[in-house]
Design a protein around this ligand. Structure first.
Ligand code: ATP
Length: 136
């Protein structure tokens, strides 16, 4: 069975939306395999976001992600990688479709980084790499 890494980012935890996000994942039919709450350090975040190094939002993104606790979820189900990204909605919460996590629950706060509540792996290779980073 396919697995993906979902992160409830610091904005999601701070806004007490962890339960609502987990509810949507479970209501869709996916299974929670493992869960972990942690404060991510720079080393972990640098590895997680290696592909974004050098982009203008990289530093604000890392600062945001280390600003508070994160809930990491190992989620399983057929085509869960694609399915969770569909549940999450577009990266930009302003234009993310209503009905999605970001479309319903997030907005633009005028910051340098888009605070969009969740992360989901974008391919089987990323999922494997990211699950190893956050759960080993
Ligand atoms: P998607 O792949 O659907 O875009 P994602 O969460 O995987 O969603 P990435 O492109 O991997 O998005 O970017 C990682 C994170 O960096 C985003 O979730 C968002 O918080 C932030 N981000 C991405 N692009 C921008 C941007 N142009 N301006 C500000 N923050 C951004």
């Amino acid at each position: 069975v396919e697995e993906t890494l979902v992160l409830v980012k610091p904005d999601g935890v701070a806004r007490n939306l962890t339960g609502e996000i987990l509810r949507r994942i479970e209501a869709k039919g996916y299974s929670l395999v493992d869960v972990r709450m942690l404060q991510a350090d720079r080393d972990l975040l640098a590895k997680h976001y290696a592909e974004h190094e050098g982009k203008p939002f990289y530093e604000p993104l890392v600062e945001f992600m280390e600003s508070g606790p994160i809930v990491a979820l190992r989620v399983a189900g057929n085509r869960v990688i694609e399915g969770f990204r569909s549940l999450a909605g577009a990266t930009d919460p302003t234009t993310a479709a209503p009905g999605t996590i970001r479309g319903d629950l997030a907005r633009d706060w005028g910051l340098k980084v888009q605070q969009n509540l969740v992360h989901g792996s974008d391919s089987p290779e990323s999922a494997q790499r990211e699950l190893a980073l956050w759960f080993d």
